[in-house]
Design a binder for this molecule. Sequence first.
Ligand code: MG
Length: 297
Amino acid sequence: MRLVTFSAGDQPRVGAVVGDRVVDLHAASRGDVPADMLELIRAGSAAWEQARRVAAGAAGQGLPLAQVRLHAPILRPPRNVFALGWNYLDHLQESMRARGETRDLPQRPVFFSKVADCVIGPGEPIAIDPRVSQQIDWEVELAVVVGRPGKNIARANAMEHVFGYSVANDVSARDVQQRWHGGQWLKGKSLDTFCPLGPWIVTPDEVPNVQALRITSRINGQTMQDSNTRFMIFDLPTIIAELSLGLTLQAGDVILTGTPEGVGYARTPPIFLTAGDVAEMEVESIGVLRNPVVERE
Ligand code: MG
């Protein structure tokens, strides 16, 4: 199933993409399937199965995908978006080269977070302000949406806690991130609009091997990153097991799983986003997330 949060001149609600159309699951189920994505995720597996049955019976119904507005699949995650740093070896190496530093391979996942309010949807502008940052960078990432809550989740059971997958752009103000506030990640990666997410959530049954997906980014059509999720240092079961150790994962939590080589600041010469650019992030079998860059106060 491909689940979207969409609107057609009215309130955003949950839809299933069936062919090239979007089915309003709440309306098609006569109100049984929640109208809000977070409510649907929290409702649990019986509601997810019902959503699947409604979608399967709705071929040819609904609105053309091209005629609706897609929002971030989860309009506002329930709390900060979890994220990983240094989860692809080649990105760790390019970062250390760019900084003139060295760092050993992490022995356990490196976690940080992005403020939930910075999530935006497909097509929505990444707003930049040169007075705040002149080093705005992109990072394509596979996003995992938690379904079943859990704490101290065993690696062997970890994938049972996945609701689905999406694509994210971990937009990063490198100067804010690296120079101005003690080398933290939180603020440099949490400026308003800095977490494009979407275009939809794809359920795991449609992704046979999530650790073998091509992951690419393009700026103005030019390929910048081109790697594969098989090159993650820590795979999804390890990430979920480690993150949930002593920390309860909640339904609707979003986890960004790191970015591969090819970000802007590590290039020679560096490349940063400017107004008028178009950032396209793609994960094979999941989708393409496209956002324009605009200058805004
Ligand atoms: Mg990142």
